[in-house]
Design a protein around this ligand. Structure first.
Ligand code: ATR
Length: 289
């Protein structure tokens, strides 16, 4: 039987991606067998990206996920780019629409859905937000918060200039601020005043450069706040442990990962993405107890 949905992920390296486990679980839950659904990993070196995309364009695959280091470079090889991907400057999902290849960024949706559905923060208006980090993930999170109408957004990054550039691209103006990692009075006040605090840096990530690290000012987190860490390995990061001990509400990064994948799955197949079943499958894959 001919496959109905032929999908994959491109990156370099690609070994650690959880996407194959997520999409296989979603396909199984929809009753799709191996002859009807496939999701492969493609390790594509930067120099080979254009050739890979030419073959993809001429072939019959349904769509692709895109991960590091191709999220920016792939954009010029597509026909259309959606609004969020354009604003962030990165694509993580490609959908074939007839003869056209369209690039999307589902991280924005994934983040917003995770805080709404898994942490109960459905209305962002009048909310004060603080984002640690100013890389690709931070831009997606910040775009979601701005789209949702937050009252203020502080970007706090080890390299303050990068935070400033990110704020300028978000539109700047009243309500936006950029800070470095010095634990100044102003940073402490921003932490204490925030309704939602999100870590997008790799601090606290297992196997990263600072697995025990927490961002500056985290000692001032208090109850009544929502603290999100988009790092999901470990699920309970040092920041989330600190936040929970202070009485704050916490949300791990696996839900954002799952919801961004769910949005891509639904765009490719039109089928339902069973997020709770997928999370259980991913946790089994991660051997999380
Ligand atoms: P991603 O796509 O995951 O956002 P990225 O674009 O490489 O990855 O961005 C990484 C972010 O994590 C940056 O904000 C980086 O800070 P700098 O701009 O100062 O480099 C931050 N980061 C990475 N390692 C860090 C560490 N050990 N301590 C603090 N911040 C770190």
């Amino acid at each position: 039987m001919k496959e109905r949905y032929s999908l994959g992920i491109i990156g370099h390296p690609i070994g650690h991606s959880l996407s194959p486990v997520m999409h296989a679980a979603a396909a199984r839950a929809n009753g799709l067998g191996p002859g009807e659904f496939s999701y492969e990993r493609f390790d594509v070196k930067p120099d080979d990206l254009a050739t890979f995309m030419r073959r993809f364009r001429d072939g019959a695959m349904t769509g692709l996920n895109v991960t590091v280091p191709h999220k920016v470079a792939v954009m010029e090889l597509l026909d259309e780019i959606d609004h969020d991907a354009q604003a962030i400057g990165a694509v993580n999902t490609i959908v074939r629409r007839g003869a056209k290849l369209r690039g999307h960024n589902t991280d924005v949706y994934g983040f917003i859905r995770s805080i709404a559905e898994n942490a109960g923060m459905t209305d962002l208006s009048y909310k004060k937000a603080l984002v640690y980090g100013a890389g690709g993930a931070a831009r997606a999170v910040a775009r979601g918060l701005v789209n949702g109408g937050v009252e203020s957004l502080a970007v706090v990054n080890r390299t303050c200039d990068t935070a400033r550039e990110m704020v300028a691209k978000l539109g700047g103006g009243a309500g936006f601020s950029a800070m470095g990692f010095d634990e100044t009075k102003s940073l402490i006040e921003t932490v204490r005043g925030a309704d939602i605090i999100v870590n997008t840096t790799s601090m606290g990530m297992e196997g990263g450069t600072d697995p025990e690290g927490v961002p500056p000012g985290a000692g001032h987190i208090r109850s009544g706040q929502l603290v999100v860490d988009i790092v999901y390995s470990p699920l309970m990061t040092p920041l989330l442990k600190k936040a929970a001990a202070a009485g704050a509400r916490t949300l791990d990064g696996l839900w954002m990962l799952i919801h961004q994948g769910g949005k891509a799955f639904e765009m490719w197949t039109g089928l339902r993405f069973p997020d709770k079943e997928v999370r259980a499958a991913v946790e089994r894959g991660l051997e999380i107890k």
